[in-house]
Design a protein around this ligand. Structure first.
Ligand code: PAF
Length: 282
């Protein structure tokens, strides 16, 4: 695996690959890699001739300076993990390489960025769109791989690609979970043992919500039921649980409405913010 620190190095290597007719799969990350990220790399390797991953803790998507400061940075271990898979290139730029000056672009995502993560993390998706559009411009991948755990991010990126008419296919990949059901996340390593022990409840309650829906409860009752159970767990502090249409992110009022429905949750386990989701396959 070759490590690149500059945009020029990435462009040069990938231009040579493209000149030979090779396809490029891209896995953008913020590092602190886990098996979820590696599953994206494996999928990219199965579907493309060249795989490039990026590690860049993007400052513009953090609305909380402490979160940015505490975000785990594990470059050495990350390179080893990527080296253990088929990953041809790693792009790990400094902040000044990506933002030589302040990025003042504003994207219009309408409702997609005003609900759920957008409501609780103002400006977050503007920052995500800024960095992902820059990375796409640098890498020019044929396909880019995103985890479904960040379901709203996936929707926003698809919308951005449509708006900018970018020639890249966005590939959503399934959530990878620990054996006890906790969705893999770079933030899990920040959990205290006490919070780590209670965190599997999140997925357990999401599965219970799907069972309740299968047993005939309407969306509002299912939502209220999960919220009540979550609020009864002392170590977890719920931010939101919403059941939304996969495409519009509008709240679901009836299971009979067309389209996939996704239950999305965000909460704090101590000082660590976690998100997860489940598809209501009824
Ligand atoms: O999902 C992430 O890790 C980040 O939001 C991304 C897509 C790499 C942009 O910084």
């Amino acid at each position: 695996m070759e490590l690149f620190r500059t945009i020029a190095e990435v462009r040069e290597a990938l231009a040579a690959d493209r000149a030979q007719g090779l396809t490029v799969g891209f896995v953008p990350t913020m590092g602190a890699l886990h098996l979820g990220h590696l599953s994206l790399v494996e999928r990219a390797a199965a579907e493309n001739d060249r795989v490039i991953a990026s590690i860049f803790v993007n400052p513009t998507q953090f609305n909380d300076p402490n979160d940015l400061k505490n975000y785990p940075r594990t470059m050495e271990a990350d390179s080893e993990l990527l080296g253990s898979r088929t990953c041809h290139y790693l792009f790990a730029p400094e902040v000044g390489e990506i933002y030589p000056e302040k990025d003042t672009r504003q994207f219009q995502f309408g409702k997609l960025e005003s609900v759920m993560e957008g409501a609780f993390r103002p400006g977050h998706f503007q920052g995500v769109a800024q960095v992902v559009s820059k990375l796409f411009d640098i890498v020019r991948p044929d396909r880019a791989y995103f985890g479904y755990k960040d379901f709203q991010q996936y929707s926003i990126i698809c919308n951005m690609v449509d708006q900018l008419k970018l020639p890249v296919a966005i590939v959503p990949c399934p959530i990878v979970r620990e054996v006890d059901g906790l969705a893999m996340s770079s933030r899990n390593r920040l959990l205290t043992p006490e919070h780590r022990a209670v965190a599997p409840k999140i997925y357990a309650l999401l599965k219970e919500a799907v069972s309740a829906a299968r047993n005939g409860e309407d969306p509002a009752t299912v939502r209220a039921g999960l919220i009540a159970k979550m609020e009864a767990i002392p170590l977890l502090r719920l931010e939101y649980f919403d059941i939304v249409d996969e495409r519009t992110l509008e709240a679901v009022v009836s299971w009979d409405a067309p389209g996939r429905k996704v239950g999305c949750i965000a909460l704090y386990a101590g000082s660590v913010r976690l998100i997860d989701n489940i598809v209501f396959d009824l």
